[in-house]
Design a protein around this ligand. Structure first.
Ligand code: MG
Length: 260
């Protein structure tokens, strides 16, 4: 069943959303050639705990890190490693925090130094797909409308849309109903109601959509070895439209200013 959040719950979702967004932005700003994903992981772990929250990923079904750090052909659930990131790499940083009993989940793919035009475009279109998906998360729309919004944009560019992993409902638990695939048909699946909170997270591949999992049993990579990008926000469905919860204070202020 899908839980609609109360006004009180939504305030807590806002608090944890902003908290993890601040961590995401701080972490993204640290990415440069020479830094390792393990250093990024340790920084995120500290920032989340210093803010009085818990890194939700650690121990989740035994996952050993605070963030998922997925480099180049890694799609999601990558392990943090001591190896330095190299100029031209891209890295997806996915993280979640639990605070006052609620979870915020967000991800961004970041260039390491200068990257190719091909990868720049992949990251940009992944973010655009996320924005399209969020726009479709409206009262009386259906979950299939979100998937369709992501899919129709990604397909314009010929990217492989990962089907093996999906977005999800979120609240007191990181993964709640419903599953939110990044493909779908308009007007299908569950009806969207005010108070629902979703994590929408398109994963786009330069090549085919096919995935495989490494022997660490977590890291998901593209089957063809080509690069993959990932972007994620947690949002609340309000009567006035989708409210992105995983924005920093500054991003919210900028958004409010541009809306007036
Ligand atoms: Mg997620």
């Amino acid at each position: 069943m899908i839980f609609a959040k109360s006004a009180k719950d939504l305030d807590k979702m806002r608090a944890v959303g902003e908290l993890i967004a601040e961590v995401r932005e701080a972490l993204c700003a640290m990415v440069e050639p020479g830094i390792s994903t393990l250093e990024l992981n340790n920084a995120a772990d500290k920032m989340i705990r210093d803010a009085g929250a818990i890194p939700t990923f650690i121990g989740y079904h035994g996952f050993p890190f605070a963030i998922c750090a997925s480099v180049n052909s890694e799609i999601v659930h990558g392990f943090s490693k001591p190896d330095p990131l190299k100029e031209g790499d891209i890295v997806s940083l996915d993280m979640a925090a639990t605070y006052q009993g609620f979870v915020g989940d967000t991800a961004a793919t970041v260039p390491v130094g200068n990257i190719s035009e091909e990868l720049t475009k992949l990251i940009r279109v992944t973010e655009e797909c996320l924005a399209h998906g969020i726009e479709a998360a409206r009262v009386n729309n259906r979950i299939g409308d979100i998937g369709w919004a992501v899919q129709q944009h990604a397909e314009k560019f010929g990217y492989g849309i990962v089907r093996d992993y999906t977005g999800h409902g979120i609240g007191r638990n990181m993964h709640e109903a419903p599953q939110i695939p990044n493909y779908g048909r308009p007007g299908t699946k569950e009806k969207i109601r005010a108070g629902y909170c979703f994590a929408i997270e398109p994963m786009l591949n330069l090549g085919t959509a096919d995935t495989r999992t490494l022997s660490d049993k977590w890291t998901v990579v593209t089957a063809d070895g080509m690069a993959s990008a990932h972007a994620e926000h947690t949002l609340a469905v309000t009567p006035d439209g989708p409210e992105i919860l995983t924005l920093t204070k500054e991003q919210k202020a900028r958004k409010a200013a541009s809306a007036t």
